[in-house]
Write a protein that binds this ligand. Structure first.
Ligand code: ADE
Length: 239
């Protein structure tokens, strides 16, 4: 998968890509990253990327030209007229597990990161194919949401995580939240690990884990139990 970020703040993106899962996915040649500075697609001396909104109102709007020029370059690079362009925005459809699984099917993932008041609507109407929100709150720019979306997608590329199982058994893969997990020591400050986990009885442990996931989901996100599971039925392989 090739991931492109078009942004006015490239260092915000680069910093994050240089660590952890993003870094490993690149080193293992499962993804390539292309962080493009919006200012490199300007033509004026001041490399101006924003301007005041027509009709008046507070704040600055990102100009259309740099986005259109970057899109032209993408067309050449990808060698196609049609590809998905994601713009993170609170006005978009809300990211969830299902959408992440849909996006991982694409060979190219392109993010147009907004900032300030937003991006000129001509970009949104003519170039952007997917407006995606990461939740009902407003952030200062699209860089963090783009990274959030990319993270949620990349971890589903086979080979990115230690075993693909670990993404499959994530919360939401089967509409259940994750249950509690423990590590050594068995007892710390009189706080004990549940006996069942030390029992060595794997069938019993699996049953307990599934129960815990159900309890937690009922307590914290009851509505998930009513919606259709993405993949496995409850109690399936990862239940
Ligand atoms: N940009 C600003 N806020 C956002 C949000 N909640 N989701 C996606 N992009 C955003």
């Amino acid at each position: 998968m090739n991931i492109f970020f078009l942004t006015a703040f490239p260092e915000m993106i680069r910093t994050y890509l240089a660590e952890s899962m993003f870094k490993k996915a690149f080193e293992n040649e499962l993804v390539t990253y292309h962080v493009w500075d919006l200012r490199d697609f300007t033509k004026d001396k001041h490399r101006q990327i924003d301007d005041t909104p027509f009709g008046g109102s507070a704040g600055m709007v990102l100009k259309p030209e740099p986005f259109f020029r970057a899109h032209d370059k993408l067309k050449e690079l990808i060698n196609s007229e049609t590809f998905r362009v994601i713009c993170p925005t609170p006005q978009g459809k809300v990211l969830n597990h299902r959408l992440a699984l849909d996006l991982v099917k694409d060979e190219n993932l392109i993010f147009f990161c907004g900032h300030y008041k937003g991006i000129d609507e001509r970009v949104m109407e003519n170039l952007v194919t997917d407006e995606i929100s990461i939740g009902d709150y407003v952030l200062t720019g699209g860089e963090l949401p783009a990274l959030v979306i990319a993270d949620a997608v990349i971890r589903h590329i086979p080979g990115v995580l230690h075993s693909y199982e670990s993404a499959e058994s994530d919360s939401f893969a089967d509409n259940l939240l994750e249950g509690p997990i423990y590590t050594k020591p068995r007892e710390y400050r009189k706080l004990k690990v549940p006996d069942v986990l030390l029992s060595g009885n794997h069938a019993k442990i699996e049953e307990w884990r599934y129960e815990q996931r159900l309890i937690r989901t009922k307590e914290r996100r009851k509505e998930l139990l009513k919606s259709k599971p993405e993949k496995n039925d409850f109690g399936g392989k990862n239940g």
